[in-house]
Design a protein around this ligand. Structure first.
Ligand code: ATP
Ligand code: MG
Length: 429
């Protein structure tokens, strides 16, 4: 992508309305723009990262055996009357009437909807286990939308739903998602600690939240120091061991009843990026979603639901990856892998070399943002630092004459001078 033809409306000043660094940087880097409280436009750079996060979530869900579908954002109230949640959900639910005066709602979650799909098509245990998921916009009329996309009113969520013949099978499905979550976050370079959680309006009896540690997190969190020795990049996990380690957010933590001795109890602040629930037959019973078991008896299906805050993750990633100059994207979610600075588009040699490198990088499938604007060097560098692409390549007149360019790692700040071929090799082109 050539920056001269892109749409990157960066801001010079830090907007006063943004309290936390991820919100400030997302606005300054031209990633998002607020339309209404808690409702955002995703501009090209932000949308690019959102899709990268989404792609990782899709991939890890499907690796874990979940099947993608797409359910609508607007749902009929009658379905929610069946489960009893239409009345229970309260003011967070955005209620709408259609032209026929029928009660509709903008979905805050999809348990009822997916249970309805299930009950119409699945009758036998032989069709189980089943896990259906989608990535879709949700609306929750939060009392206090804040921190940009971290607590929005409209936000993008991945929600998966498991269906099993009995509790034991459902708990295995839960553990399978538990592991998929650890892998998903790790692929984005994040360590998320699983914590025992309250089940809230989703209901049920077994639940974990996945919390990323960050000083700006909304909840205080407490966890066993043993978590610091867990290898989160492992291929397999002993879920029983992880579940047995103490970790809880403030709503569940009770200092008096905490089983971990004070010298082993760590505390910090956490951003909740995922939340999983096993809730048994809570929806299956009132909504009549049943299967015939191996014994020929009909029984309600056991369900779980599994959420990931896809749009919140973009903010959380920045909270975990930034410095005083701007964002520092991990490679797996970077909007472009390389930022190529054509320092002097008016210098034939430098410009020619920059264009040649740009062509080769693009051809090799390496996403590159070429800064070909007629701008001061200082402005170009400041933009690159702000948007935080993992690799910066600078092509200037002096170097180009000597057949050299500069490669800089945004994360370490290390720079090397090298020839064009060596550069392409280093970047895997
Ligand atoms: P919270 O406790 O943060 O209000 P929740 O427990 O109500 O979240 P869930 O129903 O568990 O949320 O939703 C699954 C995931 O969706 C959460 O773990 C979070 O990452 C994300 N999420 C929930 N509410 C919001 C929101 N208002 N804005 C952005 N992401 C959200
Ligand atoms: Mg939650």
């Amino acid at each position: 992508m050539r920056l001269s033809r892109y749409f990157l409306p960066v801001l010079k000043e830090t907007p006063a309305e943004a309290q936390i660094v991820s919100h400030q940087l997302m606005l300054r880097a031209g990633m998002i723009q607020q339309l209404s409280a808690g409702i955002y436009n995703w501009l090209p750079l932000g949308y690019n990262v959102l899709r990268k996060v989404e792609a990782i979530v899709h991939d890890e869900m499907q690796r874990a055996g979940a099947i993608p579908i797409l359910m609508p954002t607007i749902q009929p109230a009658d379905l929610w009357r069946e489960s009893g949640r239409y009345e229970d959900y309260g003011k967070e639910m955005l209620r709408i009437k259609d032209r026929h005066e029928r009660d509709m709602l903008y979905g805050p979650t999809n348990e009822e909807n997916v249970t309805d799909i299930f009950r119409r098509h699945v009758q036998s245990f032989k069709q189980l286990p089943l896990n259906l998921y989608h990535i879709q916009w949700k609306f929750r009329d939060e009392v206090r939308p804040r921190f940009g996309v971290m607590r929005g009113r409209e936000f993008l969520m991945k929600d998966a739903y498991s269906f099993d013949v009995d509790q034991a099978a459902a708990e295995a499905a839960y553990d399978n998602m538990f592991v998929a979550y650890l892998k998903t976050f790790k692929r984005m370079g994040l360590t998320a600690i699983p914590m025992r959680a309250e089940t809230g309006p989703i209901g049920g009896n077994l639940s974990h939240e996945f919390q990323i540690l960050a000083s700006t997190g909304e909840s205080a969190v407490y966890f066993d120091a043993a978590f610091e020795d867990v290898d989160f990049s492992a291929e397999t996990f002993d879920v029983e061991v992880l579940k047995s380690l103490y970790a809880a957010a403030d709503d569940k933590h009770d200092a008096a009843a905490c089983p971990v001795p004070p010298e082993r109890l760590k505390s910090g602040r956490g951003i909740e990026v995922g939340h999983i629930f096993y809730f048994g037959t809570k929806y299956a019973e009132p909504m009549d979603a049943a299967v015939i078991g191996p014994d020929g008896e009909t029984r309600p299906v056991h369900m779980g639901s599994y959420g990931i805050g896809v749009s919140r993750l973009v903010g959380a990633l920045i909270e975990a990856n930034h410095d005083e100059k701007g964002i520092v994207w991990p490679e797996s979610v970077a909007p472009f892998r390389v930022g190529l600075v054509d320092l002097r588009p008016d210098d034939a040699t430098a410009h020619g070399l920059a264009m040649e490198l740009y062509g080769k990088l693009e051809k090799a499938g390496i996403e590159t943002l070429l800064d070909d604007r007629e701008e001061r060097a200082g402005a170009k560098f400041a933009t690159m630092e702000l948007i935080g692409l993992p690799w910066q390549v600078t092509v200037g007149p002096r170097g180009a004459k000597a057949g050299k360019v500069e490669l800089k790692s945004r994360r370490s700040g290390e720079t090397v001078e090298l020839g064009p071929d060596a550069l392409l090799q280093r970047l895997g082109a």
